[in-house]
Design a protein around this ligand. Sequence first.
Ligand SMILES: [Zn+2]
Length: 353
Amino acid sequence: MDEMERMLNSFWWGNKGGASRGINWMKWERFCVDKKLGGLGFRSLQLLNMVTLGKMGWRLIDEPDALMCKVLKVKYFPTSDFLSARIGHSLSFTWRSILTAQDLVRREVRWQIGDGTKVRIFHDPWLRRDEDFRLALVSPTFMNNLLVHDLMIPGTRRWDVDFLQVIVDDVDLREIDLQVGECAICRGGFENLCHSFFHCPFADECWRVSNLQDFIESIIDRCDSFKQALFKIVDEKNGELKASICMLLWQIWRDRNIVVWKNVYSAPHRSVCLAADCRNDWILAREARAQHAPIPQSTSLCLGWLPISSSSIICGVDAALFASDNFMGLGLVIRNHDGGFVVEKTLKTPGTT
Ligand SMILES: [Zn+2]
């Protein structure tokens, strides 16, 4: 690697095997600094190599069912995981290379908390902060193998705050509180990407109302993770279908955030309506841009419909006068809090005064 970097450096400064020796005006390390930071943005081969090996190490953790991962695991760490794998005897070149990145992966990797049954609270990195993802306190011996799961109230996905206050300090307590936990919308499920976008009753209802439920279910059935599902959606050949799904995903996430930040709940019908409007606006804007025409105003029909409490109903009314025929028309439609139809009434009555 050093030799390759030397050759690159020599080529850049016009060194030709000593015949016409150029001056190296800048250290190779500075070459490899980003242009914005004063370097020339060359790739450091050493770092590039380490990153590539680190990615392979991460695959061993993230995709245990891949053939490469299965083969390496059986041969080199049959009873542990990649992060705990030790250097043994008769190592292949591949495995020895990947192991050089073990420390790097170990430093950066963090657990995403699901049900907490695999993560040890004192030894595994699981807190959501920029550095030092472990608890600050050293574990008392008898708590050595305490799991994140043990910090939850049995049978729920909520933290056992009384217990937490006993074993962690205030700083860590705040971090734990911020950790992914109960779904903000349904309060009944553990929040992760698959739950928020597909399995949460709110998301499920959005897909049902939008008539995309069958398609989404067929994708979920074939995928093990949200990432896989997302790639399947992006691969979809039908552009309109793909746009509708992506826009609804975006709207579901937006509505989830509004619940978290403002404690305001959206109705599935409204979310679907907004997503459809956004998609139409986007299509019109793209068409207008292609024709160099002014981008049209939003055609949204839903913006006036704000969420209401579950014990309320929405009543929409309209009326029109037909002076020449001397009658008046009235109409009303009542919908429940999430936009579902309840009842409608139209009335034609003589006279216009
Ligand atoms: Zn939920």
